[in-house]
Design a protein around this ligand. Structure first.
Ligand code: PMP
Ligand code: GLN
Length: 383
């Protein structure tokens, strides 16, 4: 029998670092501060609402664009937070997670040969998502150690083939956030151009110290050329739900939905019914920054007694640390050795650079119970 073989569409892609480090942590029984997921329970009220939705018979396909009542509550939230009017009928689509929303946005826009500006360190799905669409990733490093965008460099790298720019704020893995001057520079850059924007805002509410979230949703002129993506899983401490949404202009969203309807069609109905009710209570999102900031501060306080040196974290689930006072190993070797020898898993930041740029920095996830953070730091203190 002749079994066909294919050349890989993603020859450079191996197993994601999150799976590598989580598998190692499970195998060794290490405290897992690597992959970004909470280990504390999600809100019991939200669980109750899903249960109720199922018992009430909401168990069949939801609308292809997402449950209407959920899109309406999201539109009201956007109006309240960002003072922008978004039509729930034409501008919001519920997706099976933030990752899918990004993939669908890229697939909607990109054609072979298009260039996409992506900042590194970059969340690990971005570049494979660009390349699977036959487009080319133009990688621009964020400045080190403050991880900000060098807009001069961006201007130099724009060509007639530049089709899209990918943003992520609050940023994974670094915890940096976009500031108002970044928006000014972005506006100047894209004005009168054919450049689209994919803005990954899954950590929208996980932003600290009173810094405002510079959502693209605040800027209707930018939203006209953008897909802005979110994740309920990240925000409501249920990453396993894999539910999110994308917001765009009516014209772009119509094209997005053509891709979506033959890929996923519609998302888990009971969770959407539950979220539509849960989000009517504004505290469900307004209380989140203080809650996560408390976790960041708790972790930072404990870590002060170790030999790790912190970098600032303005948002996300994550806190970066330098380990140059401990070792000169590569960050990957360091992360694996510490997981094996001391029983704490972390993520090497070089995994977020295609060329593996290694500034000897590792990422810890602080979205954990206090006792988990204590247990981890007790071990890290021995280093
Ligand atoms: N973007 C970033 C920056 C993330 O950290 C995550 C978290 N997993 C996602 C997208 C994906 O979210 P989801 O799990 O909803 O696909
Ligand atoms: N976003 C999570 C992180 O950065 C992981 C999600 C995943 O494993 N794909 O750790």
């Amino acid at each position: 029998m002749n079994i066909p073989s294919i050349p890989s569409k993603l020859p450079q892609v191996g197993t994601t670092i999150f799976t590598v480090m989580s598998s190692l942590a499970t195998e060794l029984g290490a405290v897992n501060l690597g992959q970004g997921f909470p280990d504390f329970p999600m809100d019991a009220r939200l669980i109750g609402l899903v249960d109720k939705a199922m018992r009430d018979g909401f168990n069949q396909y939801a609308h292809m664009h997402g449950l209407q009542s959920l899109r309406e509550v999201l539109s009201a939230k956007i109006e309240y937070l960002y003072n922008t009017s978004v039509d729930p009928a034409t501008q919001i689509t519920i997706t099976p997670g933030g990752t899918y929303a990004i993939y669908t946005a890229l697939t909607t826009i990109l054609r072979p040969g298009d260039e996409v500006i992506v900042f590194e360190p970059a969340y690990d799905s971005y570049i494979p998502n660009i390349e699977i669409n036959g487009a080319v990733a133009i990688r621009i490093p964020l400045s080190f150690p403050d991880y900000r965008i060098d807009w001069e460099e961006v201007r130099r790298r724009v060509t007639s083939r530049t089709r899209m720019i990918m943003l992520n704020s609050p940023h994974n893995p670094t915890g940096s956030v976009l500031r108002e001057d970044d928006i000014v520079a972005l506006r100047a850059l894209v004005k009168d151009s054919g450049i689209f924007i994919q803005s990954d805002e899954v950590y929208e509410h996980l932003i600290f110290d009173g810094v405002p979230h510079q959502s693209i949703l605040r800027y209707p002129d930018l939203l006209e050329r953008s897909f802005v993506s979110f994740s309920f899983g990240k925000i409501y401490h249920c990453t396993g739900w894999k539910l999110g949404y994308s917001v765009s202009s009516p014209a772009l969203m119509a094209e997005f939905r053509k891709v979506h309807q033959f890929n996923c069609f519609s998302c888990h109905t009971p969770s959407q019914v539950a979220l539509a009710e849960f989000l009517t209570d504004r505290s469900s999102y307004l209380d989140l920054p203080a809650f996560l900031q408390g976790k960041r501060d708790y972790f930072q306080d404990l870590m002060r007694a170790t030999r790790f040196t912190p970098l600032p974290s303005f948002g996300s689930y994550f806190q970066l640390y330098r380990y140059d006072r401990i070792s000169d190993e590569s960050d990957k070797d360091f992360a694996i050795r510490i997981t094996k020898e001391y029983g704490v898993a972390m993520i090497p930041v070089s995994a977020f650079y295609t060329a593996g740029k290694d500034d000897k920095v590792v990422r810890f996830c602080f979205a954990k119970k206090e006792e988990t953070l204590q247990r981890a730091v007790e071990r890290l203190l021995k280093i």
